[in-house]
Design a protein around this ligand. Structure first.
Ligand code: AMP
Length: 214
């Protein structure tokens, strides 16, 4: 299984990626999580990325393409993958296509999750993330059992700097301008599948599986 999950920040791509990864035993790669881990561990990648991330801007394409090549085709090359948060620009998508050609692999599907901007802005402001395992909660629709603690690992839940209201609006604008053009890019290759991301994560997951034939 080789799948890209596309859609605005906060639409639920990460949750769907975790579910698919668990059920189909496929590796899931969230470039946002990889970058946040890099910042936490003070690596040179983290240092390069952090100033863009706090402002809600995209990290430059050359950095992201270098990262994804290492993740997908480096030493621990996965058999299949679910990409959450990559590609995010036309230039990243073109670079990824070149990598696939070079390594002679094909994508199965690009799943586009669609939702209203207002719903997404509210959802992002209520999102909390586990500092230790990156699990994602929502204070309204999916609260943790114990306030401020991760159900899975007991880690501390926090609000990402870029999930604060001011930055959320910026990220949604960036999505519209830089990432939405990917819809036409993948439509023309015939592998784009659309999912209306309304309802519970379980309902969305059913739709997701139906569009990828799982
Ligand atoms: P996410 O968790 O996917 O919302 O990503 C959080 C932030 O990480 C984004 O707002 C960007 O600053 C950065 N980021 C993640 N993936 C990419 C990407 N493919 N290209 C550029 N920046 C990215």
């Amino acid at each position: 299984m080789r799948i890209i999950l596309l859609g605005p920040p906060g639409v639920g791509k990460g949750t769907q990626a975790q579910k698919l990864s668990g059920e189909f035993s496929v590796d899931q790669f969230s470039t946002g999580d990889i970058l946040r881990d890099a910042i936490k561990n003070n690596t040179s990648l983290g240092n390069k990325a952090s100033s863009y991330m706090v402002k809600g801007e995209l990290v430059p394409d050359d950095i992201m393409l270098g990262l994804i090549e290492k993740v997908l085709f480096g030493e621990d090359k996965p058999d299949g993958f679910i990409l959450d948060g990559f590609p995010r620009t036309i230039s990243q998508a073109e670079g990824l296509t070149k990598l696939f050609e070079k390594h002679k692999i094909e994508l199965n599907a690009v799943v586009l999750f669609e939702s209203d901007t207002e719903i997404i802005a509210d959802r992002l402001s209520a999102r909390r993330t586990c500092r230790d395992c990156n699990a994602v909660y929502n204070l309204i629709s999916n609260p943790p059992k114990e306030e401020g603690r991760c159900d899975k690992c007991g880690g501390e839940l926090f609000q990402r700097d870029d999930d604060r209201k001011e930055t959320v609006m910026k990220r949604l604008l960036v999505y519209k301008k830089q990432t939405e053009p990917l819809i036409d890019f993948y439509k023309s290759s015939g592998i784009l599948r659309k999912v209306k991301a309304v309802g519970s994560p379980e309902e969305v997951y059913k739709l997701t599986k139906s569009v990828i034939g799982g």
